[in-house]
Design a binder for this molecule. Structure first.
Ligand code: UDP
Length: 238
């Protein structure tokens, strides 16, 4: 497959067109950015470990019958994926209270709520990436009520599966963010990445943080923690 023009240069990944109209090549970068890119650094090896983690997880989601954009891993840092239009929203799922939700609800971080918390965020820098509700999303014309119902069911299934997968690896899935893409045929599938950059993960026994919070809060050992996540996921028996 031939790589053609650059489609988009993101913070964590670069997307290229290929000579197959419906396929893109995604290259995971070592660059990491937090707090709306106020804090940035190059972490050697992050692109490779995240590419491997996301590939493993997307393959497993496909095995569960959950459609994703993932086609194949073709290099240390590269995936071939289905070309989709990304819906400009973040779909956030929370199993344990952390970060801003602890402040919003005035609840101790680490509290396990009685229900899973789903949040929508508008991926629009000029608007300041605000939290929105389903009616805002439909009013923006970026998704329909029917599509949101389907996405909610996908989020539920992804969360149910990933919570179990990470638990088998001795890791607690605190929260995560998904992005969804629309295929030319109008199907909505899981896109982007699922990595310690997009999830909060901690060791189930010791509580040690194993995700991007290590970078956000200068805890060090970012890539070592990501590599530990990968090693544990690789050991999980199906
Ligand atoms: N997240 C992400 N990209 C973003 C914003 C959030 O992947 O641009 C992930 C983040 O890593 C965490 C979850 O979504 O796993 C919730 O993050 P949020 O920004 O809501 O942080 P909080 O408000 O909980 O501190």
């Amino acid at each position: 497959m031939k790589i053609e023009e650059l489609i988009i240069e993101g913070k964590d990944k670069t997307v290229y067109a290929t000579d197959a109209e419906d396929t893109v090549l995604i290259r995971f970068k070592d660059l990491t950015a937090a707090f709306h890119s106020i804090k940035k650094a190059v972490l050697n090896g992050k692109g490779a470990v995240n590419c491997q983690i996301s590939s493993l997880i997307f393959r497993k989601l496909e095995e569960q019958g959950i459609p994703t954009h993932y086609i194949a891993t073709v290099g240390d840092c590269e995936q071939l994926c289905e070309k989709v239009d990304i819906i400009p929203m973040q779909f956030i799922v929370r199993n344990v209270i952390a970060g801003s939700t602890a402040r919003l609800l005035n609840v101790e971080p680490g509290t396990k709520p009685s229900n899973v918390i789903y949040e929508l965020r508008y991926n629009n820098a000029a608007a300041g990436f605000p939290s929105i509700n389903q009616h805002h999303a439909v009013a923006l014309g970026i998704v329909t009520y029917e599509e949101l119902d389907g996405i909610k069911e996908t989020l539920r299934r992804v969360n149910e599966y990933l919570t179990g997968l990470f638990a088998s690896a001795g890791i607690t899935l605190v929260d995560f963010k998904l992005e969804m893409g629309r295929t030319p045929g109008g199907r909505i599938i899981v896109a982007d990445e699922i990595t310690p950059d997009t999830c909060r993960l901690c060791d189930s026994r010791t509580g040690e943080i194993m995700d991007k919070d290590r970078f956000r809060y200068d805890m060090g050992g970012v890539c070592d923690a990501y590599r530990e996540v990968l090693a544990r996921l690789e050991k999980v028996k199906d």
